[in-house]
Design a protein around this ligand. Sequence first.
Ligand SMILES: NC(=O)c1ccc[n+]([C@@H]2O[C@H](COP(=O)([O-])OP(=O)(O)OC[C@H]3O[C@@H](n4cnc5c(N)ncnc54)[C@H](O)[C@@H]3O)[C@@H](O)[C@H]2O)c1
Length: 349
Amino acid sequence: MKNHLISGGCGFVGKNMVRKLYNSTSDRIVFIDNLSVGTAPETWLEHPLNREIKGLKIYGEDERLVYIESDFIDIIRHLIKDPEWFNTEFGLDIVEFADVFHFAAIVGGRAMIDGDPMKVALDLSIDAEFFYWCTRAKPKRILYPSSSAAYPISKQTEAGAIQLRETDINFANMGQPDMTYGWTKLTGEFLAKIAAENYGLHIACIRPFSGYGEDQNYTYPIPAIAKRAVFKENPFEVWGTGYQGRDFVHIDDVIDCTLVALDKINDGTAINIGMGVLTNFRQVIEIFTGFAGYSPEIKCLLDKPVGVHSRYCNMDYVEERLGWKPKISIEEGLRRVYDAVAKKEGQHV
Ligand SMILES: NC(=O)c1ccc[n+]([C@@H]2O[C@H](COP(=O)([O-])OP(=O)(O)OC[C@H]3O[C@@H](n4cnc5c(N)ncnc54)[C@H](O)[C@@H]3O)[C@@H](O)[C@H]2O)c1
């Protein structure tokens, strides 16, 4: 049986990947999370706990879901000291990994990115230890999630916003990325290139733009706005003027494109994952309040952090190289979020 490893496996992207791999393969999925943001598997996994060994939890009768609540750095250090740690510590026949998805990171949204940049910079240490371990353990394939925040902020201003292309990041000639979050992701991409070129590892990098989905928590704008629309907030508060825009892409498309990227890219190249469409927050509010059947007054909270004005991507390279296009329109994706939030909040749609 193949073993796959997912760090940050209880976070937004991680848990969607755990479910996807479990349902689409017959392989074993080992996932790690310190639950600093993510929630315990019992809250989102359909499969019951089967058995527990020294705190390691195995879910599902087929025992294909293996979870450890831990700091990922601690797990990496165990594996560096003893590559067969899963065997020596837990008696599991896991001696190598096929696909490794590294989603453990301090992300946190705009409030964290601008409010506590040094905490976000801790991602540098997680990523450095992760790539170091990869060059020793040599998993078959590696997926590193970079971010749209790696792009130069000078290309995302109100007057000069362009559809960001993969070639707008060029290590030999670069603009400044977005805060420590963007620098970290850019450094991660650079480490990925080194790992591919100098150590011969199979690596793909992705730059998801603004991923959203039904099971994202309320610190993110899309579910937060949906919830306020469900409760018919009026006046409707928006951070900044609300004319700042992002490229919102549904999580099912992110997961789908990530797996295609891992199949087709092996040299550390990073690709965009977005719709290629700029949608501003006023438009998001309009769509959600349209679902709720009212038209509120907009109240701007000008003291809130808003980040760059306009961030969206060009998807030509992905379409040409991977033959991939997003499938879930913004209207359909937002409808799914609205219905899920209304259900969660006990409101009729
Ligand atoms: N969601 C998006 O749209 C998006 C966009 C661009 C990039 N990304 C990248 O994708 C990855 C996953 O993002 P997400 O949206 O799922 O974030 P998330 O915060 O929901 O998930 C990250 C998970 O990692 C866990 N974690 C953090 N530090 C850890 C550590 N030291 N050890 C173990 N677990 C740890 C958290 O508890 C959380 O469950 C991140 O690298 C992020 O930068 C996501």
